[in-house]
Design a binder for this molecule. Sequence first.
Ligand code: NAD
Ligand code: MG
Length: 343
Amino acid sequence: MSDEFTTTVYYDDDADVSTIDDETVAVLGYGSQGHAHALNLHESGVDVIVGLREDSSSRADAEDAGLRVETPDVAAGEADRVVMLVPDTVQPFVYEAIEDELDAGDTLQFAHGFNIHYGQIEPPEDVDVTMVAPKSPGHLVRRTYERGEGTPGLIAVYQDATGNTKEESLAYAKGIGCTRAGVIETTFKEEVETDLFGEQAVLCGGVTEMVRTGFEVLVDAGYSPEMAYFECLNELKLIVDLMYEGGHMGMWDSVSYTAEYGGLTRGEEVIDRDGMEKILEEVQNGEFAREWINENQANRPSYKQYRAAEENHQLEVVGSRLRELFSWGGDAEAQTEEAPADD
Ligand code: NAD
Ligand code: MG
């Protein structure tokens, strides 16, 4: 592994919103990302139309915020830039409705590369295809912008028909506030594969499996579920906050020597590196994507089973009761000041 930091970070001075202020931008979807992009861009002086279904419950919200709302095909018809911010599983269907509205030189833009990378959307060759992806949930993209700040973001150019796709993507990133915090350039392939791997192996899959198994091991050995819950789930946030602030060393420096020695010598035993490599392989060779696309086409039968099992697990039952009983009421913010328990 190289320790050289080679990535260019783009800031406000590297981008110019006026590059796109003669454009009309159609933001399709008004959820987490959609509302934040539409409102931030609008306030940055860009002409925005929100594209929503006739019966969408978000219509009133967008209109009350002073935005123009049309159906996706009408919005895309008027727009030079069409931004896909409906759920990834819905995007191929929305794309069918707007495909004919993409003229030569228009831009099709994403905030995640799944549908392009795995061939679920195949845009015409005379259209620019790009990504501007805040590395943050939409409510933070909006809230930080309102405070004059921003969230970090990614840009990636997939297809550059006009020759100015990157410049315009940076302008868009500035329009939603990302260049205030810093923007780095990646590719659709890298964004998708690292994102899927990260959420499966570490962030969502890895962490929950570790917490659930740790809880089960303690409870099966006769310890109380309440103690097991606090030890394996509740304290995780305290540890992760330390890692977020100061990396692994910041965390090790804050816990006891006993915790540090035990952690350094025993952690490896709970991780299956071959399993992680298999997960990456299935992301890279498209096996996971095929499985998930088929799962959606069949109305998500396995997903529903996994979800029900999780919902009924003792960890969830005990946890929801404990979060109600204790005075912090499950409010995550209230706990961040405390030091992590020793051992
Ligand atoms: P979301 O689920 O919050 O919102 C989707 C919106 O799409 C809904 O509010 C609705 O307005 C619309 N919609 C839903 N179903 C629809 C349908 N059947 N037809 C038409 N419109 C429909 O989605 P999101 O989390 O904002 O994700 C949008 C894109 O941004 C995705 O590509 C996602 O991967 C990406 N992204 C999300 C985050 C995040 O933190 N949420 C971060 C970075 C990138
Ligand atoms: Mg993600």
